[in-house]
Design a protein around this ligand. Structure first.
Ligand code: IMP
Ligand code: MG
Length: 187
């Protein structure tokens, strides 16, 4: 089944009868944008190595689509940072629960994040990664709520400006549910 703006999201069997407020970005819209981001990233790294570091778990689906749209050699790693519990508001603390063992010194690094809200998760992660001496460090976020105050620098690659609603799907969760929805919806 393909969810689109024409398909009432409440009919999606993935939801188990729960309802969504609305589909914000459908599958085709996401696929188009991911392909554009891939081309933009390809053009931005004409030479050297590239290490794509996805922030678990939210970025896993985005990373897997994005890397297939980047037409140059690259490597993939993941890091996990937990800033939210089961609720829909930030607790303000960011815990790094896994560090990549991969060497980062002298490398071109692209951090991939699902959604930027306060920017706390990212700024903490960037701080840690910077101490490891990468040659360059940039961020690609699928969604940006444009309310981040914790970020020192702008995010280089942004998929979509996100509405100030709580979004789920395409990797984004609410209490670990909804990550497998192929579209992005608000609840
Ligand atoms: P920040 O640290 O406040 O920028 O929050 C970023 C993290 O919070 C993301 O990596 C998500 O895991 C989570 N988050 C923020 N907004 C949403 C949302 O609308 N839906 C699902 N998760 C969100
Ligand atoms: Mg999350």
């Amino acid at each position: 089944m393909r969810a689109s703006h024409n398909t009432p999201a409440s009919l999606d069997p993935r939801l188990g009868g729960r309802s969504l407020r609305r589909v914000v970005f459908d599958e085709a819209t996401i696929a188009r944008r991911v392909s554009e981001l891939g081309a933009q990233i390809t053009d931005s790294y004409p030479d050297g190595d590239l290490l794509v570091v996805g922030l678990l778990k939210g970025s896993m689906i985005f990373v897997s689509d994005l890397v297939r749209a980047i037409r140059r050699p690259l490597q993939i790693d993941f890091v996990a940072a937990a800033s939210y519990g089961a609720g829909t508001t930030s607790t303000g603390t960011v815990r790094l629960v896994y560090d990549p063992e991969t060497r980062l010194d002298g490398r071109q690094i692209l951090i991939v994040e699902d959604i930027v809200e306060s920017g706390r998760t990212l700024s903490r992660l960037l701080e840690v990664i910077r101490t490891r001496g990468p040659r360059s460090l940039a961020v690609c976020a699928l969604l940006h709520k444009r309310i981040a105050t914790a970020l020192q620098e702008p995010i280089r690659f942004v998929g979509f400006d996100a509405p100030s609603e709580f979004l789920v799907g395409y990797g984004l969760d609410h209490a670990e549910d909804y990550r497998h929805l192929p579209y992005i919806a608000s609840i």
